[in-house]
Design a protein around this ligand. Structure first.
Ligand SMILES: [Fe+2]
Ligand SMILES: [Fe+2]
Length: 223
């Protein structure tokens, strides 16, 4: 098997960080616009609540799979990664996500709109402060080095499956998760990511069966 065909979960997680980075930036940009006018424009409301909600769920699942599965797996293989620092930053992200979730609940309950939006902005801001440096460390010191570990392809597929299954227990619903991941990626990245998904998901569920549920998010997604 040539090295190009070898599965490399390091590259997948670097790509996944790009999904989350865009999700964060798009959420912040839109919240700032909504705050300017004091409310979420009616036509964007359902889509934005879904977009920010699945961003939060995906982020929570991602930090958890790193804490519980990925870091423990690589700890003795790549011992120089600052795991404790990364784990303590996840706790900051989780407190940001709690604010985001409270803000979203409060928007759904149609409580004080400005207060709810401020809560969302505060949660997103907490994450944004540390996120970029956090993934820089993960990408360069952990995920970017996975290829050099020469992990057996079968073992790579085994951990890939284990990590995804764990993540999916925490992130969802799937009808928002799939489109959120694929359509926050550039077309080139999306084509690579789609190869790792079952055809029924990319050809049937996302474009047809799930479409009505995720379509409201489209103003926030890439084409
Ligand atoms: Fe992380
Ligand atoms: Fe990460």
């Amino acid at each position: 098997m040539s090295s190009e065909n070898r599965p490399n979960i390091g590259e997948e997680y670097i790509r996944f960080h790009r999904v989350m980075t865009r999700g964060l930036a798009v959420s912040i940009r839109n919240i700032n616009e909504f705050l300017k006018i004091g409310t979420i424009e009616t036509s964007y409301r359902e889509g934005f609540l879904k977009y920010a909600g699945i961003f939060s769920s995906v982020s929570n699942g991602h930090h958890l799979v790193e804490d519980e599965k990925i870091f423990p797996y690589f700890m003795d293989k790549l011992p120089e990664v600052p795991y404790q620092r990364l784990i303590s930053e996840h706790n900051i992200f989780k407190s940001g996500l709690q604010e985001i979730n409270s803000g979203l609940d409060s928007l759904k309950a149609e409580n004080d709109e400005m207060k709810s939006l401020q809560l969302l902005k505060s949660g997103l801001g907490k994450i944004d402060q540390k996120w970029h440096q956090h993934i820089q460390i993960e990408n360069t010191q952990l995920y970017g080095r996975v290829g050099s570990l020469k992990i057996d392809p079968e073992e790579m597929m085994r951990i890939q499956k284990e990590f995804i299954e764990f993540f999916q227990e925490y992130a969802g619903p799937e009808y928002l998760l799939g489109p959120f991941v694929l359509y926050n990626l550039s077309p080139e990245d999306r084509a690579i990511a789609a190869q790792g998904l079952p055809e029924i998901v990319t050809k049937q569920l996302i474009p047809i069966e799930w479409k009505d549920k995720w379509a409201p998010m489209q103003p926030f997604l890439l084409e």
